[in-house]
Design a protein around this ligand. Structure first.
Ligand code: R2B
Ligand code: URA
Length: 310
């Protein structure tokens, strides 16, 4: 069966709470969210997470800890006296998770399998905690296609290395296709939050999601390379003419699994390099650190506006 699945939009309950497309979960005595070091039997998930509205994910534990501190300042959230921010999932030794009021900041590691496992568990966490209408963001890094380093890219669509618009996963020996759709309105709202005087561009375009950083992204500097420089250029030109503006490694799973769960989501990444100019990420660390704050700033603007409107 290679049919692309389409979903009816009514995947949430009337009150906006997340519904699981899995009848087995509610029949289980308890559900262990193994890679988060949490469980529905061992933790009061409604008490711990019931007030969550935004789930922000990015690759590294450090960046997501920084984002937690940054968003705390931006939304003026105060921790209870005498407490510090703590990594809720530290004993999973897999992902890191910080909670700042209505915002969860979680590291997803590298690649589709890593973000996919996390999404299964975070979507179940939303369900167990009875969270209503959560909004998910990926704040990440990427390579640009004819785009200067430091540019912020909001993904309008995610495609795979074959320019296909769905996530394809083998399940029980069959390939299942899940459309990788992102929320158009959320994308527009984010774009509108870019400031005219930001010292960098914020653009909207197609994002290619690959299963590899090297050959899979047309790099010639991996341990292996079996194509020529001309073939590399032809491929990047083909991507460019198909409207692809950046390449990274999680967007297609992020888009497909949030869409399947009926959760609004957006992907905002900063380019670390223009792939028309090279393969190696060479910008100095201080420059890379400054660039990586840019997607966080845009998402923080969205979150603060949203909370002020409430
Ligand atoms: C961007 O950066 C990582 C590879 O360096 C990967 O997680 C991604 O999507
Ligand atoms: N992340 C990627 O996946 N590719 C790049 O070129 C840079 C960051």
């Amino acid at each position: 069966n290679e049919e692309t699945q389409e979903y009816d939009p009514a995947v949430r309950y009337i009150d906006g709470s997340v519904r699981l497309r899995n009848p087995n979960i509610e029949l289980m005595d308890q559900d262990i969210l193994y890679h988060l070091a949490l469980g529905s039997g061992s933790h009061d998930l409604v008490e711990m997470f019931g007030d969550v509205k935004f789930v922000c994910m990015g690759g590294t534990p450090k960046r997501m800890e920084q984002f937690a501190h940054y968003i705390m300042k931006e939304i003026g959230h105060k921790l209870p006296a005498g407490t510090t921010l703590l990594d809720i999932s530290q004993y999973s030794y897999r992902y890191s998770m910080y909670k700042v009021g209505p915002v969860l900041s979680i590291s997803h590691g590298m690649g589709i399998p890593s973000v996919g496992i996390l999404l299964h568990e975070v979507i179940k966490l939303m369900y167990h905690a009875k969270v209503k209408d959560p909004i998910f963001f990926r704040i990440g890094t990427c390579g640009g296609i004819n785009v200067e380093g430091g540019t912020v890219v909001i993904s309008e669509e995610a495609v795979d290395g074959m320019l296909r618009t769905y996530l394809e996963v083998p399940v029980l020996g069959k390939l299942v296709r899940r459309p990788a759709k992102l929320d158009r309105q959320l994308t527009r709202e984010l774009k509108a939050l870019a400031h005219r005087d930001d010292p960098y561009d914020t653009i909207v375009g197609k994002t290619m999601c690959t299963c590899d950083f090297y050959e899979g992204q047309a790099r010639m500097d991996g341990a292996f390379c079996e194509f020529s420089e001309q073939e590399r250029m032809d491929y990047l030109n083909e991507l460019h003419s198909n409207g692809v503006v950046n390449i990274e490694m999680e967007s297609i799973a992020f888009a497909a699994l949030t869409h399947l769960a009926g959760i609004k989501s957006a992907v905002v990444c900063v380019t670390l390099i223009d792939r028309f100019k090279g393969d190696q990420v060479m910008a100095p660390k201080e420059v890379l650190d400054e660039w990586q704050i840019r997607p966080q700033q845009l998402v923080a603007r969205y979150i603060t506006r949203y909370l002020q409107r409430k």
